[in-house]
Ligand binder design. Structure first.
Ligand SMILES: NC(=O)c1ccc[n+]([C@@H]2O[C@H](COP(=O)([O-])OP(=O)(O)OC[C@H]3O[C@@H](n4cnc5c(N)ncnc54)[C@H](OP(=O)(O)O)[C@@H]3O)[C@@H](O)[C@H]2O)c1
Length: 237
């Protein structure tokens, strides 16, 4: 199995899980288009990929840039979306303006992207979304995240029926060591990583490459459809 002659669009592909997936897609013989809202990060990532790779600008909460993205791409085989902006936090403090929330950044962005993407994707193609452990195990302050993740998982399941034969799947990662956590102060981040490691049955936290392996496996296996796949090392009680 490989991705020879397949084009893979990765939104959020300049960093983290998206970038690790871009690298693995190339190793598997595929062509990569990375898309994101930071031109500097796009250029840096593109410089380390092969000369066949391309990059595009898109801000996933801006419908105009989503339209422009798909206007610039004729056709492709697989789409993987990792980008997810938006505010989270305590329920009582959450803004009432949906555009300011994670529901919009995580769920509605996928809704808008998917609506455009299905017009360009191959019938043998796949779309993969990312959620996380808060889907089933919310903690305080994650109400918007949990709601958004559950919406995404339901969305994927329903699309599997409505947009067949295009395949839709969700990867639900455990704790992954990526730039996602760079906003934290180094010692705090280290403390968090250690706490998460101690709760993981394989005695390590995840790497972006762990998610890349699952994302490409989904692309290559045309019988994986409508699934939520946990990639979390197994969680200790
Ligand atoms: N890391 C974890 O432990 C973990 C666990 C469970 C779930 N997740 C989920 O996994 C996904 C990817 O995480 P990651 O670890 O790969 O993080 P990451 O490296 O921060 O990747 C996200 C990428 O999306 C881009 N992006 C953000 N807002 C965007 C926008 N409005 N338009 C276009 N691109 C945008 C980011 O660019 P900028 O950096 O320039 O904003 C970044 O390149 C996230 O949705 C996260 O919620 C992560």
């Amino acid at each position: 199995m490989d991705l020879k002659d397949q084009t893979v669009l990765i939104i959020g592909g300049a960093t983290g899980m998206g970038f690790a997936t871009a690298q693995l897609v190339e190793k598997l013989g595929g062509k990569v288009i990375i898309a994101g809202h930071n031109e500097e990060k796009n250029a840096k990532a593109l410089a380390t990929l092969s000369e066949n790779a391309e990059s595009r600008f898109v801000n996933v909460v801006d419908a105009n840039t989503i339209e422009a993205l798909f206007k610039s791409i004729d056709s492709f085989h697989h789409l993987f979306i990792t980008a997810a902006p938006g505010g989270t936090g305590d329920f009582l403090e959450a803004p009432l303006e949906i555009k300011e929330t994670y529901i919009y950044g995580k769920f509605w962005s996928l809704f808008m992207i998917t609506k455009s993407a299905v017009k360009h994707i191959s019938n043998e193609g796949s779309i993969t979304f990312i959620t996380g452990g808060f889907t089933t195990n919310p903690t305080k302050g994650t109400v918007l995240v949990t709601a958004a993740f559950n919406a995404v998982e339901g969305f994927a399941k329903a699309l599997t029926v409505e947009m067949a034969p295009i395949r839709f799947n969700v990867i639900r990662p455990g704790f992954i060591d990526s730039g996602f956590w760079d906003f934290m102060e180094a010692s705090e981040r280290q403390k968090l990583f250690e706490e998460k490691r101690s709760k993981t049955a394989v005695n390590r936290i995840g790497a972006s490459e762990d998610i890349a392996k699952m994302a490409t496996a989904i692309m290559m296996n045309s019988f994986i459809n409508g699934q939520v796949i946990e990639v979390d090392g197994g969680q200790l009680p």
